[in-house]
Design a protein around this ligand. Structure first.
Ligand SMILES: Nc1ncnc2c1ncn2[C@@H]1O[C@H](COP(=O)(O)OP(=O)(O)OP(=O)(O)O)[C@@H](O)[C@H]1O
Ligand SMILES: [Mg+2]
Length: 219
């Protein structure tokens, strides 16, 4: 399903390139749920961004569904991401001009060139699952961190992706909201076999993952 081999990634720094991922191998079978753990700065977000096709490694290979993704064109990557990969950013990135249900339905609107009929119903199913009915028409600037985080989760699964990549999706959530998010993820995994990668420090989340992948500082 996902096979990343010898992934190397460095960022430019004042004293020359700073190595973050030093020949990381990471693979997952379809339907697995894997936590990515490790100290702050160890490269969890960097690895997730590469797996989510948001950034490219300096070297190494990445196959998704037996396809070498380095051969995809930019347009193919955008389509692949919209249809197959759900991504929850560590910093939410909601769209300030859109209300909550439109933020959630946004991946569908991209796919269908606008907020076609039917998108609101699908968004409202997710809104109800995550108990966000009272803010469905609100705008992001009026929401709490935890509310924004749950909306970002709902948006990430809107297009029924095969792969869900979540970068610390529960950092601002209380236990009940964390359970709601995990229950949504586990239900999608059970019903549609979604493959899930979650960067987290949280033991409550880690316990519900089938596997834990530990990253350490490259040097
Ligand atoms: N665009 C960038 N340019 C330069 N350095 C970067 C860039 N992005 C990340 N880094 C550095 O790379 C390292 C790894 O960052 P990353 O965000 O992947 O860590 P992380 O494991 O997700 O940490 P956290 O738990 O704090 O989210 C950090 O030292 C960070 O400062
Ligand atoms: Mg991070």
């Amino acid at each position: 399903m996902i096979k990343a081999e010898k992934i190397i990634k460095s960022y430019p720094g004042p004293a020359g390139p700073k190595l973050i991922l030093d020949a990381v191998d990471f693979s997952m079978a379809g339907g697995e749920i894997c936590a990515v753990s490790g100290p702050s700065g160890s490269g969890k977000s960097t690895l997730l961004n590469i797996l989510g096709l948001l950034s490219k490694p300096d070297s190494g290979s990445l196959e998704i569904n037996s396809r070498d993704v380095s051969s995809l064109s930019h347009a193919e990557i955008l389509k692949f991401r919209n249809e197959r990969i759900g991504f929850v950013f560590q910093h939410h990135f909601l769209i300030p001009e859109l209300n909550v249900w439109r933020n959630i339905a946004y991946p569908g609107a991209l796919r269908e060139n606008g907020f076609a009929a039917g998108l609101k119903e699908r968004a409202m199913e997710l809104v109800e699952f995550l108990k966000l009915e009272h803010i469905a028409e609100s705008y992001p600037s009026t929401l709490s961190g935890g509310e924004s985080q749950r909306i970002a989760v709902a948006r990430s699964v809107f297009n029924a992706p095969d792969i869900l990549i979540m970068d610390e999706p529960t950092g601002s959530l209380d236990l009940e909201s964390k359970s709601d998010v995990m229950n949504l993820v586990l239900a999608l995994n059970r019903v549609s076999g979604i493959t899930v990668i979650i960067a987290t420090h949280d033991d409550f989340i880690k316990k519900q993952c089938g596997r834990i992948f530990e990253l350490t500082h490259a040097r």
